[in-house]
Design a protein around this ligand. Structure first.
Ligand SMILES: [Mg+2]
Length: 351
């Protein structure tokens, strides 16, 4: 008798350069890939990669709980995800199920998420390194066709960051949008001082400026600068964050927020307050990034850039044919097959 099966693998991929993430620096990424095979032998791949420092669940947790959910999927439990709260597992299982459905329909993944989904995803270039390296990379990205870049601020003084942001905007000119992400690095006073220092500079938005997020509306009243929410979206319900003033963008990270369905709900909440949803990576490999791009193709407007550029920081990839970035975009129409490099995976369980 035919039956459903699954395999779960671990992976470890190096980055080209160390990436500062919150309070630590990432040199490599570890996570899981899950392979679901339905009773006709059609396979689907998904990525389960909790991000240390951001995800509540650990890698050990998701190996154990991912196996439980996969067994429920194999036994056709009506909603295998019903009892599963770990967001990274929800994302991986939803992605693998969606991939199976897409393969059956002979569609690329993003067309399975929505038949009207766009084929091209603009990327927001992520800048890293010291000030000179960030400006040099921003200029390279502009020449390569990127039209949006994001810079991390909030680790230095408001004066030092303001100097960098003004130099960057001057060098890039008006055809590249600049996003700022402070990762809650500043007090209300410091963040307000920073905004005063960059007055007259055109910024698309500033993401999570305050170490006390309850003061975000007050910050917007003082500065009028457009805000983006990231950590706040993970920590609180839309009923709370939709009341914050001046929200121009809502960052959606499916590995942290709970997969495709949760992110579509969050995107609808964002749109209801006039904010743009921005699908963003939690440093997933090419497999997970493909799932994120499929979601972005559905919920983002074509001219808005997705936060999927961290993919370009990987030294190596799990996809046999890595995703190509052309003119600062992913093109999804021809991505019908996900072929994974088995030599980079270590099987931890199957059933
Ligand atoms: Mg952020």
């Amino acid at each position: 008798m035919k039956k459903r099966t699954f395999q779960i693998f671990t992976y470890r991929l190096p980055f080209r350069e160390p990436l500062p993430v919150k309070d630590s620096t990432l040199t490599h990424r570890e996570g899981l890939l899950i392979r679901l095979v339905d009773d006709d032998g059609v396979e689907g791949w998904g990525e389960i990669a909790p991000l240390p420092g951001f995800s509540r669940e650990s890698l050990a947790d998701v190996i154990r709980n991912g196996e439980t959910v996969a067994r429920l999927w194999c036994s056709r439990f009506p909603d295998a995800l019903f009892s599963m709260r770990a967001p990274s597992i929800r994302f991986g299982i939803e992605q693998a199920s969606c991939h199976i459905a897409a393969s059956r329909e002979k569609l690329p993944l993003h067309q399975m998420v929505s038949r009207g989904a766009q084929d091209r995803i603009r990327l927001c270039g992520l800048l890293s390194g010291d000030s000179h390296e960030q400006i040099a990379r921003a200029i390279r990205l502009r020449l390569a066709g990127y039209r949006t870049v994001k810079i991390k601020i909030g680790r230095k003084s408001p004066e030092a960051d303001a100097h960098l942001v003004k130099s960057l905007c001057d060098d890039l000119g008006a055809d590249v949008r600049v996003r700022l992400d402070a990762n809650r690095g500043w007090s209300l006073e410091d963040a307000t001082r920073f905004c005063k220092l960059i007055e007259g500079t055109s910024i698309e938005f500033i993401e999570e400026p305050l170490n006390n997020p309850s003061a975000l509306s007050a910050f917007h009243d003082l500065t009028k600068i457009p805000l983006a929410l990231d950590e706040t979206v993970i920590e609180s319900k839309p009923a709370l964050w939709t009341k914050i003033k001046g929200v121009a963008a809502v960052i959606l990270k499916p590995t942290l927020a709970g997969g495709f369905r949760s992110c579509v709900d969050l995107a609808n909440a964002a749109v209801s307050i006039g904010a743009m949803p921005v699908v963003s990576s939690s440093y997933e490999s090419g497999v997970g990034t493909l799932g994120l791009a499929a979601l972005a193709a559905f919920i983002q407007r074509p001219e808005e850039a997705a936060g999927l550029d961290p993919y370009s920081y990987f030294e190596d990839d799990l996809l046999a044919e890595p995703l190509q970035i052309v003119n600062g975009c992913f093109y999804l129409a021809n991505l019908r097959h996900i072929q994974v490099r088995a030599e980079l995976l270590k099987e931890v369980c199957r059933g």
